[in-house]
Design a protein around this ligand. Structure first.
Ligand code: 5GP
Length: 182
């Protein structure tokens, strides 16, 4: 059986501080706009809840759920929206809230799909970004932390649907019974 260990890379305190900063910046940028804050589930749920409460402007909340085809080991790169928004975004200022931007394919797909609905503006806020892993060129307007190419869990992010409730962000180390990491 494999045992899994997580080494913290972003603490709760660092997370709180950075989200307060992002909250101030987004509050200033959207002061006179018609903001719809769109959470990309499941991964963004923890970040979304904290970010929304750090914004000091009236806004709408909405959510969508996406899945990527393939496996973690062999992702196909195809993304699908399995649950859509409930709000109309035409003429409104949409801010997509993502957990992490890796290849950039999810964000690229969402920007393309939602732009067809004619929002007044559409921007992206991601808690995490792995710039080394980018396959497509996407603009991430607000980034919490740039991180190296490691698999992370916690604060909304999963490993096989678990660990999302860790209150900090950890790098996953998987070790088998012989103590070999892989
Ligand atoms: P992209 O489409 O940018 O390649 O991938 C975005 C999605 O891949 C994220 O929303 C997340 O679900 C998943 N992902 C990418 N890197 C990580 C990671 O380090 N940890 C976890 N838990 N998920 C990741």
């Amino acid at each position: 059986m494999e045992r899994i260990f997580g080494r913290p890379i972003v603490t709760q305190e660092e997370m709180r501080t950075r989200i307060r900063e992002l909250g101030r910046q987004i509050t200033a940028d959207y002061a006179d706009k018609d903001l719809v804050l769109v959470g990309v589930l499941k991964g963004a749920y923890a970040f979304y809840a904290d970010l929304a409460r750090a914004l000091r402007i009236p806004m709408r909340v909405d959510f969508l759920v996406v899945t990527s085809y393939g496996t973690k080991a062999k992702p196909s790169g195809k993304v699908k929206m399995v649950t859509d928004l409930t709000e109309d975004i035409a003429g409104r200022d949409v801010l997509l809230v993502e957990d992490i931007v890796d290849s950039g394919l999810t964000v690229q797909y969402l920007l393309k799909t939602l732009s067809r609905r004619k929002p007044k503006s559409i921007k992206v806020c991601a808690l995490l970004s792995k710039p080394e892993r980018r396959k497509v060129n996407v603009t991430i307007d607000y980034v919490g932390f740039n991180i190296p190419n490691k698999y992370v869990v916690g604060y909304g992010l999963d490993y096989q649907q678990k660990y999302r409730n860790l209150p900090y962000l950890a790098v996953l180390d998987t070790v088998d019974d012989e103590g070999q990491g892989f």
